[in-house]
Structure formats: structure tokens, C-alpha cells
Design a protein. Structure first.
Length: 198
């Protein structure tokens, strides 16, 4: 009898916790859904958050290894943002005429650039990683003493090497990572329809 009461009270409390987490996840998803169309505001907020993180690093002169890790992660995200979803280098249809290929001429069918990492997920990952980095700066266990100029030079070198490789890839497969607007054609009046209307 006593065991049944303990089991029922524990199941009631666990269902209450589940309801709280479910409600929090719904609020979180609703907030993300409402922020989706506001691209400029989202990126301004991410920039401000990143500036706060860097300001904390510079003011307290520490946590350089956390800053380096966040920078490497952001570089990795940026490369995924610039890369097409289907890499032409590994595309099984690259040599076939009937497979999906990137357009080569301006008069071909409009095909937007599909990224490996969409813009919204890119923004969300940057915000999450910056928040995690900012939280890490409040703990002294992450403040590993390092000679920061070496980390800066290594990051710059890594950035240059990866961007050079990415630009060579873009030149080799002739794509731009930014979708231009779909071309709009002016309506040309058909000579037969104008003659019939008179």
C-alpha cells in the first residue's frame, strides 16, 4: 500500500517536470519561429552578443583559449554556410546529363544556391556558441594561461588557408554562394494580340 502511494506520487511529480520542460520547449520554439523573418535584427543581436563576449575577453585579459575555440567553431560554421548542399566534387550525377548540376550560363534555368548550412541554422549556432563561450568566461577553470599572440597568428593562418581552399573550390565548380534574385522578364506584347485588339 505504501509502495503504491510512493509510486503514484513519483509519477505525478515526473509528469509535472515533463510538462514544465514541454512548455519551455514550446516557448523556445515559438520565439525562434517569430524571429525567423527578421534577418537583420537577428544578425544585429548576434553581433552585439559577440561584441559583449569579446569585450569581456579584452577587459579581463583571460579566457583566450575559449575565445580561440569559439572562433574556430565560427570559422567551421562559415565554411559550411559557403558550401553547397550537394558538393559538385562528390556529386554522383556530375558526369551525367540528366543529373542535378549548378547552372553554368545565365540563360539556363534559375536554380537557387542551396547551402549545406542554412542561414537560420548558421545564425542559431553562432548565438548558441557565443552564449556558451560567454558563460565559460565566468568560470576560472576555463581560464587556461596561454600566450595569446600565437593563438591569434594560428587563427589568421587557419582562416587564410581554409578561405583560399574554399575560393578555389568556388572557382573550380563555378558557383557563387549567394543567390541572386530570379530574373524577371518584361512582358512583350504579342504582335497578333495587338493587331486583333484594334
Amino acid at each position: 500500500m505504501m509502495n503504491e502511494e510512493i509510486a503514484s506520487s513519483s509519477s505525478t511529480s515526473s509528469s509535472g517536470v515533463k510538462k514544465i520542460f514541454l512548455r519551455l520547449s514550446q516557448i523556445y520554439q515559438s520565439t525562434l519561429d517569430r524571429s525567423t523573418p527578421h534577418t537583420k535584427l537577428r544578425w544585429i543581436g548576434a553581433g552585439i552578443l559577440l561584441l559583449l563576449f569579446l569585450l569581456r575577453i579584452f577587459v579581463y585579459h583571460g579566457w583566450y583559449i575559449v575565445c580561440y575555440a569559439v572562433g574556430i567553431y565560427h570559422l567551421n560554421l562559415f565554411i559550411a554556410f559557403l558550401t553547397p548542399k550537394i558538393d559538385p566534387e562528390f556529386d554522383p550525377y556530375a558526369n551525367d546529363d540528366d543529373g542535378p548540376n549548378l547552372p553554368m550560363r545565365s540563360n539556363e534555368e534559375f536554380r537557387p544556391f542551396i547551402r549545406r548550412l542554412p542561414e537560420f541554422k548558421f545564425w542559431l549556432s553562432i548565438v548558441k556558441s557565443t552564449l556558451i563561450g560567454l558563460v565559460c568566461t565566468f568560470f576560472d577553470c576555463f581560464n587556461v594561461p596561454v600566450f595569446w599572440p600565437i593563438l591569434v597568428m594560428y587563427f589568421i593562418t587557419l582562416f587564410c588557408i581554409t578561405m583560399k581552399r574554399q575560393i578555389k573550390h568556388m572557382i573550380k565548380y563555378k558557383y557563387l554562394p549567394f543567390t541572386r534574385n530570379k530574373p524577371r522578364y518584361q512582358r512583350v506584347n504579342d504582335p497578333q494580340t495587338t493587331a486583333n485588339s484594334k
